[in-house]
Design a protein. Structure first.
Length: 171
């Protein structure tokens, strides 16, 4: 049986909750308006980088794209400036050539291998890649990034044995 006192208590409790909720909404609105007045957010425009412009334009890609503090670097392969494969048949030298190109890109953006957060390696011969992978310790002196290694049937040209792509976060 409901008494007038219980109804009054329920009504007061409901009013208090409603007032409290409205008060929280008002405070949130004031904080949001305060932030909106003092902050201008401009959209980040991508910055494109071509390591070998003629080769990259011919194949239709950019070697790196930076948006904000993130940089995505396309897979590096062992090639000369005309796009011809180098160190054919030598996976260790191909790997070194890839890292040399990747270092040029990192340097362009004011980064080092310490800024790399993800490294994906594609190889046509995982057994050889594992044998020669100790070289990576010379590249990543302060710890290895996350990443994936995949053995693939083939890369862009049959002479390529390894391709390395990176994701970078610039502090």
């Amino acid at each position: 049986m409901k008494t007038p006192t219980n109804r009054l208590t329920l009504l007061l409790a409901f009013c208090a909750l409603t007032f409290g909720f409205q008060s929280c909404q008002q405070k949130q609105k004031e904080v949001t308006e305060e932030l909106e007045e003092g902050v201008t957010i401009e959209p980040k425009k991508p910055e494109y980088f071509l390591l070998r412009p003629e080769v990259e334009k011919a194949y239709g890609y950019s070697h790196a794209v930076k948006i904000g503090n993130s940089i995505k670097i396309s897979g590096a392969v062992s090639m000369d400036d005309e796009g011809n494969p180098t160190a054919v048949g030598d996976i260790e030298q191909q790997m070194k050539n890839c890292y040399a190109d990747l270092e040029k890109i990192l340097t362009h953006f004011g980064c080092t291998f310490d800024d790399v957060v993800k490294e994906d390696i594609f190889t046509t011969d995982m057994a050889q890649m594992l044998e020669k992978s100790a070289y990576r310790a010379e590249i990543y002196k302060n710890g290895f990034p996350t990443g994936t290694w995949l053995e693939v049937k083939g890369l862009a040209l049959p002479e390529f044995m390894v391709e390395i792509e990176l994701e970078v976060h610039k502090s």
